[in-house]
Design a protein around this ligand. Sequence first.
Ligand code: PMP
Length: 383
Amino acid sequence: CKEALTTPRRENPTPSKSEPEGLVARPGPPAIVEGIEGCIGNTPLFRIKSLSDETGCEILGKAEFLNGAGQSSKDRVALSMIEIAQEQGILTPHSGDTIYEGTSGSTGISLATLARAKGYLAHICMPSDQAIEKSNLLLKLGAIVDRVPPAPIVEKDNFVNRARALAQSHTGTASSQGRGFFADQFENEANWRAHYGGSGPEIYAQCEGKIDAFVAGAGTGGTISGVARYLKPLLPNITIVLADPQGSGLYNRVRFGVMFDLKEREGTRRRPQVDTIVEGIGINRVTANFEAGKELVDDAVRVTDAQALAMARWLVEKDGIFIGSSSAVNCIAAVKTAQKLGPGHRIVTVLSDSGSRHLSRFWAKAGDVGGAVDTKLESVLNA
Ligand code: PMP
């Protein structure tokens, strides 16, 4: 599986001038891999045509929604956390051990899928305001799901603390007396290491080393830290940009060195609590995984829900790309980065999951994209 995470499987087709695009024979499909976990990693990187044409930059999207297990970037992290726990003897395959996790959904879905593949049980705690299709899917996968009222991290019954407490008090079930393992994606450094060993080298290889900026949001911080730690030593001039949704404290941390966090909220610099419908990114504390790369982050772009909704609609309207809320935030920040750097630069961003994970919440707000619409990019940025 490790090899599957790092060895490029897909090669770029080289269309001959005489043949129409789309009918060209591809050099060869990927080799046979072992199990569903073999379908994780080596995702395509593609030019987002509309955004590239509009900005004069090359804006490339890493199609992380094509990871084969839980269909998001979190597949890499779930596999890494499980494999390292197995190496350390904390988990034993087909033992009926239970994996506990606090998650906005994607990591839970990846863990629940891989738990099935490797003979574990999954017990997932998620905030109750996240899109219902994610918890429905978890139930289909046979996970135990606790939908926990949304609460700050310091609250005892926050979704992460609930998962940790359950793992600590694990006594097994009638059908399985295995051990309990708290995956802990926020603090477990197997997270950023999965991107350091996977997404980072893949992006570098796919771009043949020519990248001017990498743009990503942070939920745990694993993606931005892991990719930045891989790329920055190889490309010292690369700009690493955090895409941050409204209500998150990381933007201030990157731009001004202070996070208006929970301690400060009690003082005079109280940060107004702004909510967001964006799922999976934005946080008000520095996690171990963000800490691992935070000195490498050069800039931050704050993105409103209205901009994210407008960008999600734009990508369907212009390109037929149907993505989730965090990917839309990333694309707004990628365009702003393109405008800042000027034409001729190459910007890589992450398309973390599909819009189908967000139908009941984010896409319910975004509405249906009509037939003959002709939106201007300017109005997306000014939404
Ligand atoms: N997008 C989605 C949909 C996610 O679920 C997550 C992870 N919570 C992210 C982006 C952010 O990735 P990371 O945790 O690596 O910062």
